[in-house]
Design a protein around this ligand. Structure first.
Ligand SMILES: Cc1ncc(COP(=O)(O)O)c(C=O)c1O
Length: 422
């Protein structure tokens, strides 16, 4: 596709965009009285306007019904979270029964490791990506120590090759085969937070399973961003947060996926609580735990309704639009952003290196050769909300729900002024 770096062309693309009306479904912050160009949907998605009503409904029910709200509100709280399983299953490519919503991401990964990281003296190693998100690194290290293993020996990182910005799939597969029958678990960020790369989750899952390891995915940057087929790939488990592309609010509830082969079983080690036991006998307060037939067996506490309500509001939008339409817009708008970056680099005789490979979702990570943090600050002061990662990278993540092609064009103009004004 041949693009043009003009305002009228960008506006033309917006007119043709079937998702253009969804921009109005979101609140945009303002800088100096002007609506921002928002590139940090990979960090905290914008607030859908309909979210407030979902939260207000819970507040009203609480005010009017108090404890009776558990059973008699319009959306009773005791099974409120179950409403999320069906729409979420479509977003992550799973069966509804394989989904639950609870806790927060790192907590859930720890809980899932209770079930899926069962090291023995021979099979105890964990494969992850080099420089995994720090929370994942701390989690893996603490899990290794908890089981009495040395993290240095236990955690095997797959590295990028010298001078390359992206991982190669074959390097994951080779490492999995090399560690072989010492490998207990593969646990990787499916979409990398730093370079925006989408890993070949299917190939890596199959390789991990073929050597007898468990395979799980941290999908913080994948959910609501890329096509996922967790069930068909045969992944054992996954977890994600809901505050990035899922637009559910700061620190909000996490989702989990557990493959159906592990459901309805008492022999799976798990940390258990009363919300994981069967609904029909839960309030008999029996001492025996009877696991729910679905992934809710991993629920420990009663669900945080004020967190789950915004997640439900957001999932309604995903239901309306569907991942295929979001992905189609994503591909076009990210390609247009890459084009605009190239045009501006040529106009100002500067070079930005897009370190995100072609296997990408919403995010372009851009290495600013020689431009640096002053340019980032200029962008922020001029209404372009992006983020800075050391040593010299800004991450730009247009979100197909609410970013416009005009935003991409206007961003290019602000970037150009920022470079020329120095
Ligand atoms: C890839 C990845 N993993 C884990 C986390 C940690 O999430 P939480 O604070 O919800 O546990 C984040 C947060 O941004 C993340 O990006």
């Amino acid at each position: 596709m041949t693009f043009k770096n003009t305002l009228s062309y960008a506006q033309e693309l917006d007119k043709e965009d079937p998702l253009r009306s969804y921009r109005n479904e979101f609140h945009f912050p303002k800088v100096k009285g002007k609506q921002v160009i928002y590139f940090t949907g990979n960090s905290l998605g914008l607030q859908p306007k309909r979210t407030k009503k979902y939260v207000d409904d819970v507040m009203d029910d609480w005010a009017q019904l108090a404890v009776e709200g558990h059973f008699y509100s319009e959306k009773p709280w005791w099974d409120y979270h179950e409403r999320l399983a069906e729409p979420l299953s479509k977003v992550v490519g799973a069966l509804p029964k394989e989904i639950s919503v609870m806790n927060t991401l790192t907590v859930n990964l720890h809980l899932l490791m209770v079930s899926f990281y069962r090291p023995t003296a021979k099979r105890f190693k964990i494969i992850c990506e080099e420089k995994a998100f720090p929370s994942d690194q701390y989690m893996l290290q603490s899990q290794a120590r908890f089981h009495g293993f040395d993290p240095e020996v236990t955690i095997v990182e797959v590295k990028k090759r010298e001078g390359e910005h992206a991982w190669r799939t074959e390097d994951f597969l080779d490492k999995i085969n090399e560690v072989g029958d010492e490998l207990a678990l593969v646990l990787i960020g499916g979409v990398n937070y730093y370079n925006g790369q989408v890993l070949d989750m299917e190939a890596i899952t199959k390789a991990g399973k073929s050597v007898g390891a468990s395979v799980g995915w941290d999908l913080a940057h994948g959910v609501g961003n890329v096509a996922l087929k967790l069930h068909d790939w045969g992944a054992d488990f996954a977890a994600w947060c809901s505050y990035k592309y899922m637009n559910s609010g700061p620190g909000n509830a996490s989702g989990i996926y557990v493959h159906e082969q592990y459901l309805n079983r008492k022999d799976i080690p798990r940390f258990e609580g009363w919300w994981g036991t069967k609904k029909d006998t839960r309030f008999l307060m029996k001492p025996e735990f009877e696991p729910m037939e679905n992934a809710d067996a991993w629920q420990i506490s009663n669900a945080p309704i004020l967190s789950v309500a915004p997640y439900l509001a957001s999932l309604e939008l995903f239901e309306e639009v569907g991942m295929p339409a979001l992905i189609e817009k994503r591909n076009k708008i990210v390609a247009y952003l890459a084009f605009v970056l190239g045009e501006i680099a040529a106009e100002v005789d500067s070079s930005f290196e897009i370190i995100t490979p072609k296997d990408r979702g919403c995010q372009l990570s851009v290495f600013l050769h020689g431009e640096g943090k002053a340019l980032f600050t200029y962008l922020m002061e001029n209404g372009v909300i992006t983020d800075w990662r050391e040593p010299n990278v800004i991450r730009l993540a247009p979100a197909p729900f609410y970013s416009s092609f005009e935003d991409m064009y206007r961003f290019g103009q602000i970037l150009k002024q920022g470079i020329l004004s120095k």
